[in-house]
Design a protein around this ligand. Structure first.
Ligand SMILES: [Zn+2]
Length: 272
């Protein structure tokens, strides 16, 4: 796969999700769509490609994953934010004391321990043409990636009575993460192959959280374990793949590839 080097595509001129031609009642120009979210330092931009209603629907999970689940990692890595003034200087964490017990501590955000938690899914059902009744539902298995050095620094700074410090725990569902993968894959497929957008439209239903004919797991999945080593922050690639009966178009995504994150797959075409 290739690193996501910055690219600004030609303006699309319609909301890629609902095909609206205006942003809202009060504003004409559609919003720019960051294919990988800006808050993850995404650098692929499809200009004039999202309306206000669709942005809001997407922000429900994209905003939560970026602002809550991935926040400590984003602060630690100094990733971008739309609201730099809102970025906290300190993160409240729980410190385990040597000899038992725990206490709350305020850890400077720039060296607070952070972990990368990502669900691991099965392969998309379409890879093997699994019939609907046997296709696996998306069941997340959590992968934990502790970031070592900053944790040590945090321990040092609070004295010897602290054994370890852990970030606040936030919960998320596999579906939220799968929707984010669908959103990234759909935007990338439309940006790369704009003439084929009608083939990809069913993925927009997943992105917007609409009721779909078949479980999301037919289209969205992952490798069963960690990915290979890499020096890239993110990787994305679109390719053809054969299933026993179909020619599939698949977007492969790795977020935080340098942390050996899993490879995610989204089958953007054909629909089942
Ligand atoms: Zn829209």
């Amino acid at each position: 796969m290739v690193p996501t080097e910055g690219k600004r595509y030609a303006p699309f001129g319609r909301c890629i999700y609902c095909l609206a031609t205006e942003y809202s009642h009060s504003r004409r120009t559609l919003g720019d769509e960051h294919i990988i979210p800006l808050g993850l330092n995404g650098t692929f931009v499809l200009p004039e490609a999202a309306c206000e209603t669709c942005e809001r629907a997407i922000n429900k999970y994209e905003g939560y994953l970026q602002g809550r689940v991935l926040a400590p990692l984003r602060y630690l890595m100094g990733l971008k934010t739309r609201k730099p003034k809102d970025r906290p200087e300190f993160i409240a964490m729980t410190a385990n004391l040597i000899g038992g017990g725990e206490t709350r501590v305020q850890v400077p955000a720039w060296f607070a321990p952070a972990s990368l938690v990502m669900p691991i899914f099965g392969y998309p059902g379409l890879f093997s043409d699994a019939p609907p009744e046997t296709s696996e539902a998306i069941v997340p298995q959590l992968m934990h990636q502790p970031i070592g050095l900053p944790e040590m620094m945090a321990i040092w700074s609070f004295g010897r009575n602290i054994d370890s410090v852990r970030p606040p725990s936030v919960s998320f569902t596999g579906n939220m993460f799968a929707q984010l993968m669908a959103k990234i894959a759909y935007g990338y497929a439309v940006a790369q192959l704009p003439k084929r957008i009608s083939e990809f439209r069913h993925i927009a239903d997943i992105v917007l959280g609409k009721e779909t004919d078949v479980p999301m797991g037919y289209y969205v999945g992952s490798e069963p374990g960690r990915g290979p080593e890499s020096t890239n922050l993110h990787e994305i690639h679109i390719e053809s793949r054969e299933s026993p009966t179909r020619q599939l178009t698949v977007v492969k995504i790795r977020l935080f590839a340098h942390l050996m994150s899993p490879t995610y797959y989204v089958v953007v075409s054909p629909r089942l």
